[in-house]
Design a protein around this ligand. Structure first.
Ligand code: UDX
Length: 428
């Protein structure tokens, strides 16, 4: 994303990839994951030789004034963040610069714990390179599925620099100038504030989701409607309408990892981060709670039942199934002895690698054929205008479960369905 979008802004970009298969793929104009609009841009700039890919760090270092670190920072089993790819990249860059002694700006795009940019700076200092190397923390806030749009329309561009490093700040300002001209605010701050702002933002959004998911439980128990409660809450400008959609819990590559990461950051400074821990606990319990309820629909539970699942990606418009709640739901259904048939517009290739016991089909109607229950788990647009009458006629039993509030209980009932709409109607 970073490489392609900066070339779109008019820069010449050289991108290093260490995995030979991925390198061959991107160098031939293919994107190794699904992200709307990215492949077109990649093709456009590869053609014009504005964007090139290489396996050689020294080639990239030689050709670049500004170097972005955009490597993975996954969670380790103990909850801490694995920074080995960051430090390996830094060591590789140091080896190149020790020879050339050229001025460079090193920008950390990857999400890294507080203190990492200072530690990176220390590494360059120890190598005698601090007079020519400036370190910048520039976290990204892109959402999968709308990452290209988000790159060009950021709410803010956070630039964390060493105290008083005006020259680097000016260079970063020039890099982002095309977006600044479009009135996107560039905020200068310290390394630590920039680093923490990323974790705090993601943890806060996760908090909104777990909060509304708990309110959804109360709605189910009291007869209130979570979609209306969320709408009314969102009308208060202090609360905001976004990230108040109740569902099976947050998934993906960021929220689960960054909430765990923030708890770990707090632990390292001797603080027990209670709110975020509760957020995580609510999120972890959500799928089990849903499955418990679904079990109650059938005498003898879900054993031997055939269940259809619509959507496997952790959210629409991506093929990403990392930490997908839909995948955990399918795993639980299989463990309980149900058989599962599923469809997702983009995520089936990856899902097949993870869940070989599932039968994969080509559309929602094939999913519905002969099932005891149909679950809408990921709210792809293609599932928003289903022919409910046709669906029902194909099903063995008319149980429809909507975990994303796409259909109202009234519409489902009118079409003769039984089942469950999360946060609205416990039993249709
Ligand atoms: C998130 C942040 O939004 C982005 O700023 C950051 O850079 C990376 O992490 P992303 O993981 O792509 O982006 O997805 P997002 O749209 O935030 O959704 C995350 C999860 O929360 C999904 O599983 C989604 O289904 C769930 N979600 C989101 C809800 O359950 N309810 C909501 O109201 C919003």
């Amino acid at each position: 994303m970073t490489a392609v979008c900066f070339s779109d802004l008019g820069n010449t970009v050289v991108c290093v990839e260490s995995n030979p298969e991925k390198l061959a793929l991107v160098a031939s104009g293919e994107v190794p994951f699904y992200e709307e609009g990215l492949k077109e841009k990649l093709g456009r700039y590869l053609d014009k030789e504005r964007l090139s890919f290489t396996a050689s760090i020294s080639e990239m270092v030689q050709h670049s004034e500004i170097i972005f670190l955009a490597v993975g920072t996954p969670s380790l089993p103990d909850g801490s963040v694995d920074l080995s790819a960051i430090y390996q990249s830094v060591d590789d860059i140091i080896s190149c610069l020790v020879e050339t002694q050229e001025r460079k700006i090193i920008v950390t795009k990857s999400t890294v714990p507080v203190g990492t940019n200072r530690a990176i700076h220390k590494k360059f200092k120890e190598a005698g390179l601090s007079p020519i190397v400036s370190v910048v923390s520039n976290p990204e806030f892109l959402r999968e599925g709308s990452a290209v749009y988000d790159f060009f329309h950021p709410d803010r561009i956070v630039v964390g620099v060493d105290n008083g490093d005006e020259e680097t700040m000016a260079q970063m300002g020039r890099l982002y100038d095309p977006l600044y001209r479009l009135k996107m605010p560039i905020v200068k701050t310290s390394w630590e504030t920039a680093e923490l702002s990323k974790y705090a933002s993601n943890a806060f959004l996760a908090t909104k989701i777990s909060f509304i998911n708990e309110i959804a439980i109360l709605c189910e128990k009291t007869g209130a409607d979570v979609t209306e409660v969320a709408k009314l809450m969102g009308m208060d400008g202090r609360i905001g309408a976004y990230f108040l959609h109740a569902g099976p819990g947050y998934g993906g590559a960021c929220f689960p990892k960054d909430t765990v990461g923030l708890i770990d950051i707090a632990k390292h400074v001797g603080y027990d981060l209670q709110v975020v821990k509760a957020v995580q606990k609510v999120n972890e319990g959500q799928v089990s709670r849903i499955v418990e309820h679904l079990k109650s629909f059938f005498e003898g539970g879900l054993r031997g039942k055939k269940i259809g699942v619509l959507g496997l990606a952790f959210k629409p418009n991506t093929d990403d199934i990392r930490e997908s709640k839909s995948i955990s739901l399918v795993e639980k259904l299989l463990t309980l002895g149900a058989s599962v048939v599923a469809y997702d517009p983009e995520a089936m290739v990856l899902a097949q690698q993870e869940l070989s016991e599932v039968t994969y089909v080509e559309d929602a109607y094939q999913v519905a054929t002969d099932v005891d229950m149909l679950i809408l788990a990921t709210e792809w647009n293609v599932f928003r205008e289903l022919d409910l009458e046709r669906l029902k006629s194909l099903m063995k039993q008319p149980y429809f479960v909507d975990l994303r509030n796409v259909y109202s209980p009234e519409v489902l009932q009118k079409n003769g369905f039984k089942g469950y709409v999360l946060g609205r109607e416990l039993t249709l």
